[in-house]
Write a protein that binds this ligand. Structure first.
Ligand SMILES: Nc1ncnc2c1ncn2[C@@H]1O[C@H](COP(=O)(O)OP(=O)(O)O)[C@@H](O)[C@H]1O
Ligand SMILES: [Mg+2]
Length: 248
Protein backbone atom coordinates (compact mmCIF):
# COMPACT_ATOMS: atom_id res chain seq x y z
CA UNK A 1 0.00 0.00 0.00
CA UNK A 2 1.24 3.46 -0.87
CA UNK A 3 0.25 6.60 1.05
CA UNK A 4 0.28 9.65 -1.25
CA UNK A 5 -0.25 13.20 0.01
CA UNK A 6 -1.50 16.15 -2.02
CA UNK A 7 -0.34 19.37 -0.40
CA UNK A 8 0.35 23.04 -1.15
CA UNK A 9 1.49 26.18 0.60
CA UNK A 10 -1.59 28.19 -0.41
CA UNK A 11 -5.22 27.24 -0.94
CA UNK A 12 -6.79 27.29 -4.40
CA UNK A 13 -3.71 25.80 -6.04
CA UNK A 14 -5.53 22.75 -7.41
CA UNK A 15 -5.05 20.07 -4.74
CA UNK A 16 -8.61 18.80 -4.83
CA UNK A 17 -8.74 18.86 -8.64
CA UNK A 18 -5.51 16.86 -8.73
CA UNK A 19 -6.59 14.46 -5.97
CA UNK A 20 -10.00 13.66 -7.46
CA UNK A 21 -8.68 13.08 -10.98
CA UNK A 22 -5.63 11.14 -9.77
CA UNK A 23 -7.96 8.88 -7.77
CA UNK A 24 -10.08 8.22 -10.82
CA UNK A 25 -7.08 7.65 -13.14
CA UNK A 26 -5.29 5.32 -10.72
CA UNK A 27 -8.47 3.38 -9.93
CA UNK A 28 -8.44 2.00 -13.50
CA UNK A 29 -5.72 -0.42 -12.40
CA UNK A 30 -5.55 -0.12 -8.60
CA UNK A 31 -7.79 -0.14 -5.55
CA UNK A 32 -7.84 3.49 -4.41
CA UNK A 33 -9.08 5.28 -1.29
CA UNK A 34 -9.39 9.08 -1.42
CA UNK A 35 -9.46 10.81 1.97
CA UNK A 36 -10.43 14.44 2.42
CA UNK A 37 -8.48 15.99 5.27
CA UNK A 38 -8.95 19.68 4.61
CA UNK A 39 -10.95 20.07 7.83
CA UNK A 40 -11.01 23.85 7.59
CA UNK A 41 -12.37 24.05 4.06
CA UNK A 42 -13.90 20.70 3.09
CA UNK A 43 -15.29 20.53 -0.45
CA UNK A 44 -15.92 16.84 -1.16
CA UNK A 45 -19.54 16.93 0.07
CA UNK A 46 -20.34 19.40 -2.69
CA UNK A 47 -18.49 17.46 -5.35
CA UNK A 48 -19.96 14.02 -4.98
CA UNK A 49 -23.48 14.12 -3.67
CA UNK A 50 -26.73 15.98 -3.83
CA UNK A 51 -27.47 14.46 -0.50
CA UNK A 52 -24.83 15.30 2.12
CA UNK A 53 -22.81 12.49 3.73
CA UNK A 54 -23.50 12.13 7.44
CA UNK A 55 -20.48 10.05 8.43
CA UNK A 56 -17.06 11.69 8.41
CA UNK A 57 -13.34 11.12 8.91
CA UNK A 58 -13.79 13.25 12.04
CA UNK A 59 -15.99 10.49 13.51
CA UNK A 60 -13.14 8.01 13.13
CA UNK A 61 -10.45 10.41 14.37
CA UNK A 62 -12.52 11.26 17.43
CA UNK A 63 -13.03 7.60 18.26
CA UNK A 64 -16.76 7.57 17.55
CA UNK A 65 -16.56 5.11 14.64
CA UNK A 66 -14.38 2.38 13.22
CA UNK A 67 -12.22 3.09 10.17
CA UNK A 68 -14.14 0.81 7.80
CA UNK A 69 -17.41 2.47 8.83
CA UNK A 70 -16.44 5.96 7.61
CA UNK A 71 -15.61 4.80 4.05
CA UNK A 72 -18.14 5.57 1.33
CA UNK A 73 -18.43 3.33 -1.74
CA UNK A 74 -20.49 4.45 -4.75
CA UNK A 75 -21.69 2.37 -7.71
CA UNK A 76 -20.63 4.95 -10.31
CA UNK A 77 -17.20 5.79 -8.79
CA UNK A 78 -14.33 3.30 -9.05
CA UNK A 79 -12.53 4.50 -5.91
CA UNK A 80 -13.72 4.83 -2.30
CA UNK A 81 -14.04 8.11 -0.44
CA UNK A 82 -13.84 9.42 3.12
CA UNK A 83 -15.34 12.86 3.73
CA UNK A 84 -14.29 15.60 6.15
CA UNK A 85 -17.03 17.24 8.21
CA UNK A 86 -18.14 20.63 6.89
CA UNK A 87 -19.33 21.59 10.31
CA UNK A 88 -16.60 23.16 12.43
CA UNK A 89 -16.65 21.51 15.83
CA UNK A 90 -14.05 23.23 18.04
CA UNK A 91 -13.84 20.24 20.39
CA UNK A 92 -12.82 17.97 17.49
CA UNK A 93 -9.35 16.58 18.22
CA UNK A 94 -8.22 17.36 14.67
CA UNK A 95 -8.41 21.07 15.46
CA UNK A 96 -6.22 20.78 18.54
CA UNK A 97 -2.46 21.01 18.89
CA UNK A 98 -2.17 18.00 21.19
CA UNK A 99 1.03 16.36 19.91
CA UNK A 100 0.43 13.26 22.01
CA UNK A 101 -3.00 12.70 20.51
CA UNK A 102 -1.71 13.19 16.96
CA UNK A 103 0.96 10.51 17.47
CA UNK A 104 -1.54 8.00 18.89
CA UNK A 105 -3.94 8.83 16.04
CA UNK A 106 -1.17 8.30 13.48
CA UNK A 107 -0.25 4.87 14.80
CA UNK A 108 -3.90 3.79 14.92
CA UNK A 109 -4.60 5.17 11.43
CA UNK A 110 -1.50 3.50 10.01
CA UNK A 111 -2.46 0.16 11.51
CA UNK A 112 -6.06 0.50 10.27
CA UNK A 113 -4.85 1.42 6.76
CA UNK A 114 -2.52 -1.58 6.72
CA UNK A 115 -5.47 -3.87 7.45
CA UNK A 116 -7.26 -2.74 4.28
CA UNK A 117 -6.52 -3.97 0.76
CA UNK A 118 -6.09 -0.54 -0.88
CA UNK A 119 -3.12 -0.18 -3.24
CA UNK A 120 -3.06 3.60 -2.92
CA UNK A 121 -4.46 5.90 -0.26
CA UNK A 122 -4.59 9.56 -1.34
CA UNK A 123 -4.86 12.32 1.26
CA UNK A 124 -6.20 15.67 0.01
CA UNK A 125 -4.63 17.86 2.70
CA UNK A 126 -5.30 21.36 3.99
CA UNK A 127 -2.83 23.95 2.69
CA UNK A 128 0.07 25.21 4.79
CA UNK A 129 1.53 23.86 8.00
CA UNK A 130 -0.59 21.98 10.51
CA UNK A 131 -0.10 19.27 13.11
CA UNK A 132 -2.28 16.96 11.04
CA UNK A 133 -0.13 17.31 7.93
CA UNK A 134 3.09 17.07 9.94
CA UNK A 135 1.84 13.83 11.50
CA UNK A 136 0.62 12.28 8.24
CA UNK A 137 3.93 13.21 6.60
CA UNK A 138 5.66 10.71 8.89
CA UNK A 139 3.71 7.77 7.41
CA UNK A 140 3.68 8.98 3.79
CA UNK A 141 5.46 7.32 0.88
CA UNK A 142 5.01 10.15 -1.60
CA UNK A 143 4.06 13.83 -1.63
CA UNK A 144 2.79 15.96 -4.50
CA UNK A 145 3.36 19.66 -3.81
CA UNK A 146 0.97 21.66 -5.99
CA UNK A 147 2.36 25.12 -6.73
CA UNK A 148 0.64 27.96 -8.55
CA UNK A 149 3.03 29.97 -10.71
CA UNK A 150 3.06 33.01 -8.48
CA UNK A 151 5.87 34.43 -6.36
CA UNK A 152 4.16 33.79 -3.01
CA UNK A 153 3.43 30.16 -3.81
CA UNK A 154 6.98 29.57 -4.97
CA UNK A 155 8.52 31.27 -1.91
CA UNK A 156 6.03 29.43 0.30
CA UNK A 157 7.02 26.09 -1.23
CA UNK A 158 10.70 26.89 -0.61
CA UNK A 159 9.75 27.68 2.97
CA UNK A 160 7.95 24.33 3.29
CA UNK A 161 10.94 22.53 1.80
CA UNK A 162 13.33 24.18 4.23
CA UNK A 163 11.26 23.93 7.41
CA UNK A 164 8.73 21.19 6.92
CA UNK A 165 9.30 18.69 4.09
CA UNK A 166 13.08 18.50 4.37
CA UNK A 167 13.23 16.32 7.44
CA UNK A 168 10.66 13.93 6.06
CA UNK A 169 12.48 13.60 2.78
CA UNK A 170 15.84 13.07 4.46
CA UNK A 171 14.93 10.81 7.33
CA UNK A 172 11.73 9.16 6.14
CA UNK A 173 12.48 8.80 2.43
CA UNK A 174 9.24 10.37 1.24
CA UNK A 175 9.28 10.64 -2.56
CA UNK A 176 8.63 14.20 -3.48
CA UNK A 177 7.18 15.74 -6.66
CA UNK A 178 6.66 19.43 -7.45
CA UNK A 179 3.73 20.20 -9.75
CA UNK A 180 3.20 23.70 -11.08
CA UNK A 181 -0.52 24.01 -11.79
CA UNK A 182 -2.64 26.60 -13.61
CA UNK A 183 0.38 27.64 -15.67
CA UNK A 184 -0.62 30.30 -18.24
CA UNK A 185 0.52 29.65 -21.80
CA UNK A 186 2.88 32.64 -21.88
CA UNK A 187 6.59 32.24 -22.61
CA UNK A 188 7.92 34.52 -19.83
CA UNK A 189 6.11 32.33 -17.29
CA UNK A 190 7.85 29.22 -18.63
CA UNK A 191 11.26 30.95 -18.38
CA UNK A 192 10.48 31.90 -14.80
CA UNK A 193 9.48 28.32 -13.97
CA UNK A 194 12.79 27.10 -15.41
CA UNK A 195 14.61 29.48 -13.04
CA UNK A 196 12.53 28.33 -10.07
CA UNK A 197 13.10 24.67 -10.92
CA UNK A 198 16.83 25.34 -11.17
CA UNK A 199 16.82 26.95 -7.70
CA UNK A 200 14.86 24.05 -6.19
CA UNK A 201 16.97 21.38 -7.89
CA UNK A 202 20.26 22.86 -6.73
CA UNK A 203 19.05 23.32 -3.15
CA UNK A 204 17.12 20.05 -2.89
CA UNK A 205 18.68 17.46 -5.22
CA UNK A 206 16.43 14.71 -3.86
CA UNK A 207 13.28 16.26 -5.37
CA UNK A 208 12.18 13.54 -7.79
CA UNK A 209 10.33 15.38 -10.54
CA UNK A 210 8.94 18.71 -11.69
CA UNK A 211 5.82 18.92 -13.85
CA UNK A 212 3.60 21.63 -15.36
CA UNK A 213 -0.15 21.49 -15.69
CA UNK A 214 -1.33 24.34 -17.96
CA UNK A 215 -4.13 26.68 -17.03
CA UNK A 216 -7.18 25.19 -18.74
CA UNK A 217 -10.36 27.28 -19.14
CA UNK A 218 -12.55 24.18 -19.32
CA UNK A 219 -11.18 22.99 -15.95
CA UNK A 220 -12.06 26.37 -14.46
CA UNK A 221 -15.51 26.32 -16.07
CA UNK A 222 -16.28 22.81 -14.81
CA UNK A 223 -15.38 23.93 -11.29
CA UNK A 224 -17.85 26.78 -11.73
CA UNK A 225 -20.61 24.23 -12.37
CA UNK A 226 -19.40 22.04 -9.49
CA UNK A 227 -17.56 19.34 -11.44
CA UNK A 228 -14.06 18.41 -10.31
CA UNK A 229 -13.98 15.14 -12.22
CA UNK A 230 -12.62 16.15 -15.63
CA UNK A 231 -13.49 14.47 -18.94
CA UNK A 232 -10.79 12.28 -20.51
CA UNK A 233 -10.33 14.82 -23.33
CA UNK A 234 -9.60 17.70 -20.95
CA UNK A 235 -6.00 18.98 -21.16
CA UNK A 236 -5.50 19.07 -17.35
CA UNK A 237 -6.78 15.49 -17.12
CA UNK A 238 -4.41 14.33 -19.89
CA UNK A 239 -1.47 16.03 -18.18
CA UNK A 240 -2.31 14.47 -14.80
CA UNK A 241 -2.65 11.05 -16.46
CA UNK A 242 0.70 11.44 -18.27
CA UNK A 243 2.55 12.36 -15.11
CA UNK A 244 0.97 9.54 -13.11
CA UNK A 245 1.81 7.05 -15.89
CA UNK A 246 5.46 8.04 -15.49
CA UNK A 247 5.37 7.49 -11.72
CA UNK A 248 3.19 4.36 -11.37
N1 LIG B 1 -5.11 23.36 -14.41
C1 LIG B 1 -6.12 24.17 -14.09
N2 LIG B 1 -6.62 25.06 -15.00
C2 LIG B 1 -7.62 25.89 -14.66
N3 LIG B 1 -8.23 25.91 -13.47
C3 LIG B 1 -7.79 25.06 -12.54
C4 LIG B 1 -6.73 24.13 -12.79
N4 LIG B 1 -6.51 23.41 -11.66
C5 LIG B 1 -7.41 23.84 -10.75
N5 LIG B 1 -8.17 24.84 -11.25
C6 LIG B 1 -9.24 25.59 -10.60
O1 LIG B 1 -8.70 26.29 -9.47
C7 LIG B 1 -9.65 26.31 -8.42
C8 LIG B 1 -9.03 25.76 -7.16
O2 LIG B 1 -8.78 24.38 -7.34
P1 LIG B 1 -8.92 23.34 -6.16
O3 LIG B 1 -8.59 22.01 -6.74
O4 LIG B 1 -10.21 23.48 -5.45
O5 LIG B 1 -7.73 23.85 -5.23
P2 LIG B 1 -7.38 23.50 -3.69
O6 LIG B 1 -7.99 22.18 -3.38
O7 LIG B 1 -5.89 23.47 -3.68
O8 LIG B 1 -7.92 24.61 -2.86
C9 LIG B 1 -10.84 25.51 -8.90
O9 LIG B 1 -11.78 26.40 -9.39
C10 LIG B 1 -10.26 24.65 -10.01
O10 LIG B 1 -11.18 24.26 -10.99
MG1 LIG C 1 -9.27 21.59 -1.82
Amino acid sequence: MEIALIHSYKGGSGKTTFAVNAASILSASKKVLLIETDFMMPSFSNLYLEQQPDIFFNDYLNGRMKFEDVIYTFDHIAYDIIFADRQFIPSDKVHSSDRGWFLVMRDQLYSDLKKTDYDIVIFDLAPGISFFTLTILTIADRLFAIVRPDHQSFQGTLHLLENFYKRAINSLQVKFHVIFNQVPNYDPVYSLLDEWIHIMKSKYPYLLSFENIPYDPQTAYLAAINQAQLPETNSSFIKIKDLLDKIY
